[in-house]
Design a protein around this ligand. Structure first.
Ligand code: AMP
Ligand code: ZN
Length: 118
């Protein structure tokens, strides 16, 4: 738990979220500002700042997150594929510094690239 981290507060229940999945290692919840018909985030419960801060000890955790992406995308209604995005650091335009995997989809093809709607 990192103080003043929005996603740590969601994990602890201090802030609300619409949960998609939870187990002892990870939490998935809908993005508050969806950029597609389906848009949720998968995060580790441990506070890792970004993909730039992972090492081989995190391989199992990252594998679990990637494996969950397709299962949860389908559960959320994205049947024919989805997009995963991991914004990292300043160049990657990361806004929340708790590692998160965006999963975006729906029932129609996404734009070639994602631009924020607002
Ligand atoms: P990024 O720009 O990759 O760091 O993305 C951060 C994402 O977190 C954005 O898509 C936000 O809409 C989303 N977000 C921020 N606060 C919350 C929240 N309280 N609940 C759900 N999603 C959030
Ligand atoms: Zn955190």
């Amino acid at each position: 738990m990192s103080e003043n981290c929005v996603f740590c507060k969601i994990i602890s229940g201090e802030l609300p979220s619409t949960k998609v999945y939870e187990d002892e290692d990870v939490l998935a919840f809908r993005d508050i500002n969806p950029q597609a018909d389906v848009h949720f985030l998968i995060i580790p419960k441990s506070h890792i700042e970004s993909l730039a801060y992972v090492d081989t000890s995190h391989a199992g955790l990252l594998g679990k997150i990637m494996t969950l992406a397709s299962v949860l995308a389908e559960k959320e209604g994205s049947i024919n594929g989805f997009r995963t995005i991991v914004n990292t650091g300043e160049v990657g335009r990361q806004d929340v510094f708790h590692l998160h995997f965006h999963v975006l989809g729906g029932d129609k093809a996404l734009p070639a690239m994602i631009y924020k709607r607002s």
